[in-house]
Design a protein around this ligand. Sequence first.
Ligand SMILES: [Zn+2]
Length: 209
Amino acid sequence: MEVKLRNCVACSRSVLELRGQFALLDSFYVDDDCPPLESTGLWHARCLGESSYGEAWFAAKRRNFVSVRRYEEVAVLADCSVLRNRNTRDLIAIEKTGMTLSLSFSSKRPKPVEGGFICMTSEDFNLELDDREVIREVQDALEKSSAFALGSLFERLEISDRILHPEAMEGSALRYSRDMPGRWEPDFVCGRAEYGVFVPAALEPYLTR
Ligand SMILES: [Zn+2]
């Protein structure tokens, strides 16, 4: 979910807020410039993974979720920590890359791929852009064929090389949703985003519906 597109702290290109593809690093996690304040903001997951900030964000998030939000630590794995919300019972993984991954998926059986699984997800998706040509193109495609491939959107925004686990995006699309065109504007389109989220193999036992 998002409104106006924002840019990545590292590469300054557009970030689409799709599960597994972005991280929002909030300044409330920062304690005495740790993690460094300059690393706060919105990131492509891929850019964060390539940066040197991952471990510091892993430690800061884990500390916050356990000490402040009272999450229960369920498992400590090589690359991440699995935490449970004591109220909702939802599980999340905090990864040493600095990423947070919700482990609740409503979809059917995850699809095995090298190193893990692809879990399908579907969510309302808003896209607001100054580039009206792109918005028009997406709207036309949704009206004519009910879908616009997310891969085409990545190309238009010049972020294809910033997508982590591109195999998760095979067959992904923004889909037409009957109640939505009424809200469309020349610089705004919304629909239903359907795409996959890569989950590392070690986290399979913790997936929930
Ligand atoms: Zn980036």
